[in-house]
Design a protein around this ligand. Sequence first.
Ligand SMILES: [Ca+2]
Length: 210
Amino acid sequence: MPRPFLYAACLVAASLAIPSPLRADIVETLDDIPTWVGSGSNRAGFVIDWGDGRAPVAWGYRWDGSSNAENLVRAVDTADVRLVGVLSEFPGFGAFVDSFGYDRDGDGFSTTDADDSFGQSDFVDFWEFFTAPTSPYDGSSAWTSSDEGMSGTMLADGNWVGFRFDAFFPGPVPGPVPASVPEPSVMLLLGGTLLGAGVVGRIRRASRAK
Ligand SMILES: [Ca+2]
């Protein structure tokens, strides 16, 4: 191969080998989740989307034997000091979410800290519960609004569960999640969760087409 063509071929090969920075920054599978709670051979993904224009947050949950989504939520809430969940029991239904707060700036959670996220169920806004049999972020399944509630949702290996805070039912599904602490550019990109999902989908299809 003539040297200029060889050089061009090497450049193309190198550019294909470099993973897209955006793709690497977005959680697509359980393996992309940085924060894990519990132990065991089964794994589930958990996403909370406050619907406040800030990036949703994901956790992984491990267990053995049988477990349900309420156990997952309580385990993550107990293990991660940044997450402050308040759950109530509704007779005949089980646990539901009064509020989720999240300390985004590392100085402790407060409902009056403008840097933190907080959603309190009331007569207008509420926490809608979603489930997915496999990752809703890798094209293999999709979020479905659940009638069961978290106490009645038994977990199977590979399941995902999520909450999204807003005033609509059925409302928007939990949006895409940064795989690590979000950089400002990622936060900007995720400003609209639907826009973010579209971008991720297009990039994934483009990358698979290669
Ligand atoms: Ca804070």
